[in-house]
Structure formats: structure tokens, C-alpha cells
Write a protein that binds this ligand. Structure first.
Ligand code: ATP
Ligand code: MG
Ligand code: FE
Length: 339
């Protein structure tokens, strides 16, 4: 029977219902971007309240669109961490409520695992689902890490950011140039008219071993370039973007060396929308002779289809969670149980 997926870990309220084979029956995502934009970033308390208002109605509408009611479900999967605790509590409690009311199994989904398993959703990638192990490069506003996906529940973190997430770096750099939040897409548009070579900017950790990331020094350099006023914002944006793309490509190259048996590299997170980043990563994958797998953008960013799918994978493995499972603001992938 169909599985309901719920996502509320950050600033997207999302619900989706999937058939047990992974077919998407209906899905919906409500972005809170407008609510947070006036504050220049996600405000946790506002996010929690917005999820509380939006989630039950959205879940009902999504089910109705699939021609279903809550009583037709076979299981409920809700993101239960990592993320902003208020939103996680809303999603997990609502999910548990549905599960209790209809006597259904409940799956507490790790948001990072959901991103990691998205590529396995049947029919999502034209190349087909990648075989284990593959690499996940998660580049969003809240996360920046590279993970070896070795099996369901078996993840090895190869590297992560020492300071800011890459999407956060885009947003901060954009803000320094007076662009609206979230700044990533605006910065990319601005960079299109600039010369990436006109302003020298650092490329943190480039050429260093491993695959950790660091972006705070780059952000400081952008602040300095903006304050000096010698260069156009378009040139600074282009240089910033080129630096980020070069660093991500360098880190991905190291990750592929660390896991030579990797069958491909999957990119996820909002920064995967950036064309310069995509091109750089595709170049590295091509050199290593493996495919770069980029799910359609709406499945790269936060959505509930990936949560329902992670739930299905776990249910198939016989993994469900108890009703007293507590949402976790921090929940590293390494702490998941493997099968
Ligand atoms: P989480 O980190 O919990 O997954 P999030 O909301 O922070 O959630 P996403 O929604 O996946 O992350 O991505 C948003 C981020 O992606 C923002 O920082 C945004 O600026 C960045 N982004 C979106 N489009 C682009 C782009 N074209 N170029 C660069 N960055 C982009
Ligand atoms: Mg978001
Ligand atoms: Fe996410």
C-alpha cells in the first residue's frame, strides 16, 4: 500500500505519496522563501509555525490528488533529523499521529539518507539507478559534505565543511553585493556578465589531501573586494563562482580517488542548480570515467518524494521506528544502522 512522505526540516513544507514500487502518485512542496526573505535567512521559529500551519492541509491535498485518503496508506515516513528542531517536531508528530490513527508503521527518516538514496528512485535517472557504492556530494544551504554510499544505512563521510556550507557561502557573498536572499541564483545571474579572472580570490583547500571544504576565507575575500570598490560586482561574482566550482571539483576528484570502486557521483542540494558547478563536476566525473548523476532539480532540493522513498527502502529492509523516536537536530549519517 502507498507510503506517505513528509519533509519539514528546513524551509520547505513537503508531502508526497508513493506506490510501494516507488512510483510517484502525487507530491507537493510549499516554500517558505517569502516568509524568511525579509529577514535575510531562515528564522527557525517562523519556519516551525509555517510548517504547523501548512503541513496537514498539504498532506490532505496531496493524498486527494492521488485519489487516496489517510486510511488507504500502508506506512508513514517523516524526516526526523537533522535540521531545525521545531520543524522536525511538527513533521514527526504529524506523521506519528497519522500512523497511530490508522495503525501504520512509522519510519523516522534521516534527511541526509533521503538525499543519498534519491538517485535510487526507480525511473528518476535516465542512466538508471547507480549500484553501490556511489558518491554523494551534498551541496545545499545547510549541508556541505561528501559521502560514500555503500549500502542502505551504510554511509562513510569522506569530508565536510570546516565552516560554512557552500549554499550559505553563496548567500553571504550575494548579500555582500546587495543581492536578495537566497542569493545563489542571483549571484549566478550576476556572474554571467563578469570576468572570473578580473579579481583574484582564494580557492580554499584546493590541492590539499582529503575532501573537506572551507568557505569562510573566500567570503572574507569577497567582503574585502567589495569594500575596496575597484572591481565590478559582476567580476567579483564570477570570480567567486569560479573559485567555488574549482574547489568543489578538486574535492570531488579526491573523493573519487578515495573510493576508486565508486560507480558514479550523485549531486544533491540547491547548489546543484549552478551551471558552473555542474560543468566542473561533470568534468571531474568524465576524467574519472564515471557518470555524474544529477537528479531533476526539484529532487535535488528538499522534497518529500525522497523521504517517502527512503521510507520504502527502510520498510523493505524491515526497519521501522517506534513512536517514542525523538527528532534529532543533529543526526550524522554514520550513526545510522546498516543492513
Ligand atoms: P538543507 O540544507 O536542509 O537541505 P536548504 O534549504 O538550506 O536545505 P536547498 O533548498 O537544497 O538547501 O538549497 C538552497 C541553497 O542553494 C541556497 O543557499 C541557495 O542560495 C543555493 N542555490 C540555489 N540555486 C543556486 C544557484 N543557481 N547557484 C548557487 N547556489 C544556488
Ligand atoms: Mg530550502
Ligand atoms: Fe536538504
Amino acid at each position: 500500500r502507498p507510503v506517505l512522505g513528509l519533509e519539514s526540516s528546513c524551509d520547505e513544507t513537503a508531502a508526497a505519496v508513493l506506490a510501494p514500487d516507488g512510483r510517484i502518485l502525487a507530491e507537493g512542496v510549499l516554500s517558505q522563501e517569502k516568509e524568511h526573505a525579509v529577514f535575510g535567512g531562515v528564522v527557525p521559529e517562523i519556519a516551525a509555525r509555517a510548517h504547523l500551519e501548512a503541513l496537514p492541509g498539504l498532506a490532505e491535498r496531496v493524498l486527494r490528488r492521488a485519489g487516496l485518503g489517510f486510511g488507504d496508506l500502508g506506512a508513514v515516513a517523516a524526516t526526523s533529523g537533522p535540521g531545525l528542531i521545531g520543524g522536525l517536531i511538527v513533521g514527526a508528530c504529524f506523521g506519528k499521529g497519522v500512523a497511530i490513527a490508522h495503525d501504520l508503521p512509522f519510519v523516522a527518516v534521516n534527511h541526509l539518507e533521503a538525499h543519498a538514496l534519491t538517485a535510487r528512485l526507480p525511473g528518476l535517472l535516465p542512466q538508471g539507478a547507480p549500484a553501490f557504492p556511489y558518491l554523494l556530494l551534498l551541496v545545499s544551504g545547510g549541508h556541505c559534505q561528501c559521502v560514500a554510499v555503500e549500502g542502505l544505512g551504510r554511509y562513510r563521510r569522506l569530508g565536510s565543511t570546516l565552516d560554512d556550507a557552500v549554499g550559505e557561502a553563496f548567500d553571504k557573498a550575494a548579500k555582500l553585493m546587495g543581492l536578495p536572499w537566497p542569493g545563489g541564483p542571483h549571484l549566478e545571474r550576476l556572474a554571467a556578465g563578469g570576468d572570473p579572472q578580473a579579481v583574484p580570490l582564494p580557492r580554499p583547500l584546493l590541492g590539499r589531501p582529503g575532501c573537506d571544504f572551507s568557505f569562510s576565507g573566500l567570503k572574507t575575500a569577497v567582503a574585502r573586494a567589495v569594500a575596496q570598490g575597484g572591481a565590478s560586482h559582476a567580476d567579483i561574482a564570477a570570480a567567486f563562482q569560479a573559485s567555488v566550482a574549482a574547489v568543489l571539483a578538486d574535492r570531488a576528484r579526491h573523493a573519487l580517488e578515495m573510493v576508486p570502486e565508486a560507480t558514479g557521483i550523485v549531486v544533491a542540494g540547491g547548489v546543484a542548480a549552478n551551471q558552473a558547478v555542474r560543468a566542473a563536476l561533470a568534468g571531474v566525473a568524465g576524467m574519472a570515467g564515471v557518470p555524474m548523476l544529477a537528479p531533476p532539480l526539484r529532487y535535488c532540493t528538499d522534497n518529500a518524494v525522497m523521504v517517502a522513498w527512503a521510507g520504502i527502502e527502510r520498510l523493505r529492509a524491515g526497519l521501522t521506528d517506534r513512536m517514542d523516536h525523538s527528532p534529532r537536530p543533529r543526526w550524522p549519517l554514520a550513526e545510522l544502522t546498516g543492513v
